[in-house]
Design a binder for this molecule. Structure first.
Ligand code: PLP
Length: 390
């Protein structure tokens, strides 16, 4: 199907679908074959070459969602990130990254890059001038992630893209938190967009996958390394992901709405001392967010009053689940101090603004009143329990 001039939800539902010519079924058939005829065909199909019928079809949809020319789908977000970074970096090269990165990406850089002779510099996420100051003669890549985890800070994407263009440096963004519904960095000049499809693209907490979107030329370069590293995924997962993306727009737009209402409600709550959500006018980066985002996303963080025990609060929640991951249709919550940022010292966490009372909230599609009631009953319950203890 020609995807030009189609709206977002139409792209989600239809672009890249495989016609079932045999039975005229309504959805894409799934081809699990790992073996394809070799003679008399132009394409040498093989799952690790990222070119089975289902992989090719879904790549078209994902590329179109980000307004890119082409895409590759990987077995995880980290497979997409590691392969993409290493495709553009070699011994003696230098990369600039923002400091507040997804933990897995930070580990990849900190634990592996020195082995390959790749230099790296970190820049404080909101010190946009420093990106330029850190550029060296051997800088090949600038890598950003906005909104950031867990404080939802926003980097000006266009400024970074322009800096890359001016200096001949490839720019990459991890667009997982925003999803293609809310932010399309290629339109702002970024070269390469990466997603953990485990999150919003999948959306049901049942798929591990990743994707990278770029020009044909850059995808070709990434493919060249990808087929050697072998990070592709099963066609069953590809098919699950195609099905999931059909509702991407519906899900994320509902999550945007819920998160915004929830952020406003939490901001007024007397047991909450701070709320971090780019859609609030109190957020330090609200103006940049308004400029570059179509919606403010389903992720927010908030701080409980110091005398409230975070883990007790989490245990009393009945609807909102404690979870390490995010972006499912169900609401989930985690405490960065004891999970994603547990390896940092308390002092390092405080420097990054991650207090012990901070909770990261992935807002789902539930009725907002039920989510508010859940938080309220948990807060009341721990107060009653504490009074009984005294
Ligand atoms: C989860 C996540 C990743 C890693 O994705 P996996 O699918 O778990 O490998 C990368 N970036 C961000 C922002 C994430 O949330």
């Amino acid at each position: 199907m020609n995807s030009e001039n189609k709206g977002f939800n139409t792209i989600c539902t239809h672009v890249g679908e495989i016609q079932d010519k045999q039975f005229k079924g309504a959805i894409s058939p799934i081809y699990l074959s790992t073996s394809y005829a070799f003679e008399d065909v132009d394409v040498k199909r093989y799952p690790r070459y990222f070119n089975t019928p289902n992989q090719e079809a879904l790549s078209k949809k994902i590329a179109r969602l980000e307004n890119g020319e082409a895409s590759l789908i990987f077995g995880s977000g980290m497979a997409a990130i590691s392969t993409t970074l290493l495709a553009f970096l070699q011994k003696g090269d230098h990369i600039i990254l923002q400091r507040s990165l997804y933990g897995g990406t930070a580990n990849l850089v900190n634990e592996e890059f020195t082995k390959y002779g790749i230099e790296y510099s970190y820049v404080d996420t909101n010190d946009i001038e420093s990106f330029e100051e850190k550029i060296q003669a051997n800088t090949k890549v600038i890598y950003i992630e906005t909104p950031s985890n867990p404080l939802l800070r926003i980097i000006d994407i266009k400024t970074i893209a322009d800096l890359g263009t001016k200096n001949g440096i490839i720019t990459m963004i991890d667009n997982t938190f925003a999803s293609p519904v809310n932010q399309n960095p290629i339109e702002l000049g970024i070269d390469i967009v990466i997603h953990s499809a485990t999150k919003y693209l999948g959306g049901h907490s049942d798929i591990l996958a990743g994707a990278v979107i770029a020009t044909e030329k850059n995808i070709e370069k990434i493919f060249h390394l990808a087929k050697n590293l072998g990070g592709s995924l099963s066609d069953f997962t590809v098919w699950m992901l195609e099905r999931s993306i059909k509702t991407l727009g519906l899900r994320v737009r509902q999550q945007n709405k819920n998160a915004k209402k929830m952020a406003k409600w939490l901001e007024k709550h007397t047991d909450i001392t701070a709320v971090y959500y780019p859609g609030l006018s109190s957020h330090p980066d609200h103006e940049i967010a308004k400029k570059q985002m179509k919606g403010f996303g389903g992720m927010l963080s908030f701080e409980l009053k110091e005398d409230i025990d975070v883990s007790k609060f989490q245990k009393e929640l009945k609807l909102i689940k404690s979870s390490m991951s995010l972006a499912g249709v169900e609401s989930t919550i985690l405490s960065p101090a004891v999970t994603s940022h547990a390896l940092l010292t308390e002092e390092e966490r405080n420097q990054q603004g991650i207090k012990n009372g901070l909770l990261r909230f992935s807002v789902g599609i539930e009725e907002i009143e039920d989510l508010m009631n859940d938080i309220e009953q948990a807060l009341q319950k721990i107060k009653v329990l504490e009074e009984l203890e005294q």
